[in-house]
Design a protein around this ligand. Structure first.
Ligand code: 13P
Ligand code: 13P
Ligand code: MG
Ligand code: MG
Length: 364
């Protein structure tokens, strides 16, 4: 029986401000998913958070895009929003962009990453979750994991990976997708992956077996809402070992705290800091952006775990570098490239300023 791993997430209220989540929201979600597990809807689940984003990690036997599973997640977010309203948490219901559920949470605000798999004799998976950044943040680490032999030794020395991986790239503006193959199309691939504001990797598969290796959430909140409501704060699920990169190869890209868009008001470039789950409370200028990773071994759909994969001193140097880069980027204040370019800016007073000053512009 194939098993589906569904990670569905939303910001339904921050505590304090956008920095973290109140334990009552986690408890509410656990209570509801526990009920769904005892009724047989879910095989297993784990609830966690990164910053102000509530993360529902679920396993079940109903496949991807299943209405019942999506409705369950939606109901958890609605019930959590009620709790958030009572506590007057910040931005209660922030990512719920629709009043009524219509079969699928895609396009309604929550982020979704799902994969239906045939569980292997041993199935290590890592769920990455980020806060204060956007959907394209996974492009760079996915390229390194699945296409860069300087990161992933297995691409060169493991028979099972030598044929490379296929990348499904979504154009998040035009709502189109294309599949490109590494290694022979890497220069084309990088043209798109290197522009993460517009192109985001949705799925990576093994070219040898066709199996799904990774899936991410690519929902662009501002595109759905037509205005700034919060950052996408995306998730990524990666299978490890065997035909896929080893656990250490999957974690390796995060030893560089590369720059992503997000941070304060979703409008700045800043370093993505890998941190332990307990440290996923971005507070400095509402950041810097965070990524956490929860590792599991699947056993007949049971989530054995999580292991907190970045809770390891070998990521201390990345965290230190992230703080140094954060200071450097912050020193630019309201100047680009710390502030996002005008066309990417999530928040903007520009139209109002232009209107007020329109009579004062003169030809040069
Ligand atoms: P696999 O061959 O199972 O991927 O093991 C390799 C390994 O773990 C080395 O890091
Ligand atoms: P979130 O997207 O995490 O809610 O953050 C929004 C924000 O504007 C932080 O400054
Ligand atoms: Mg928020
Ligand atoms: Mg958030």
């Amino acid at each position: 029986m194939p098993i589906t791993l569904s990670v569905i997430k939303a910001d339904i209220g921050g505590y304090v401000g956008h920095s973290s989540i109140h334990p009552a929201l986690i408890e509410k979600a656990q209570e509801m998913l526990d009920k769904a597990r005892s009724q047989g809807t879910l095989v297993d689940f784990h609830v966690t958070h990164v910053g102000d984003d509530l993360e529902l990690i679920m396993t079940h036997e109903f496949g991807e895009n299943n209405e019942g599973i999506h409705k369950l997640a939606w109901d958890v977010f609605l019930a959590g929003t009620e709790v958030a309203r009572k506590l007057k948490l910040y931005g209660a219901g922030q990512d719920l962009l629709s009043d009524s559920f219509a079969g699928n949470v895609r396009g309604m605000g929550p982020g979704v990453a799902e994969m239906e798999i045939e569980e292997r004799p041993s199935e290590p998976v890592i769920v990455f979750m980020a806060d204060k950044t956007s959907a394209g943040a996974w492009n760079l680490p996915l390229y390194k994991m699945f296409a860069d032999p300087f990161n992933t030794a297995g691409l060169v020395i493991a028979e099972s990976m030598h044929r490379g991986f296929a990348f499904e790239i979504q154009d998040v503006r035009e709502h189109k997708k294309i599949v490109l193959n590494a290694p022979e199309e890497t220069y084309d691939l990088l043209m798109f992956m290197g522009a993460p504001g517009r192109y985001a990797v949705k799925r990576v598969s093994s070219r040898m077996s066709g199996e799904t290796a990774a899936v991410s959430s690519t929902e662009r909140l501002s595109q759905i809402a037509g205005r700034y409501v919060g950052k996408d704060d995306p998730v990524l699920v990666v299978r490890c070992q065997g035909n896929f990169p080893a656990v250490g190869e999957v974690l390796e890209p995060f030893t560089t705290p590369f720059l992503v868009e997000g941070w304060m008001r979703g409008s700045h470039q800043g370093p993505l800091m890998p941190c332990a789950l307990r440290d996923a409370n971005p507070s400095r200028f509402d950041g810097p952006p965070r990524v956490v990773s929860a590792g599991f071994q699947l056993a007949e759909g049971k989530l054995v775990g999580p292991r907190d994969m970045f809770d390891d001193p070998s990521f201390d140097a990345a965290r230190e570098q992230a703080n140094t880069v954060a200071n450097y980027m912050r020193s630019h204040g309201p100047f680009e490239p710390h502030r996002l370019p005008l066309e990417e800016l999530e928040y903007t007073t520009m139209p109002a300023i232009m209107e007020r000053l329109k009579g004062r512009w003169v030809a040069v």
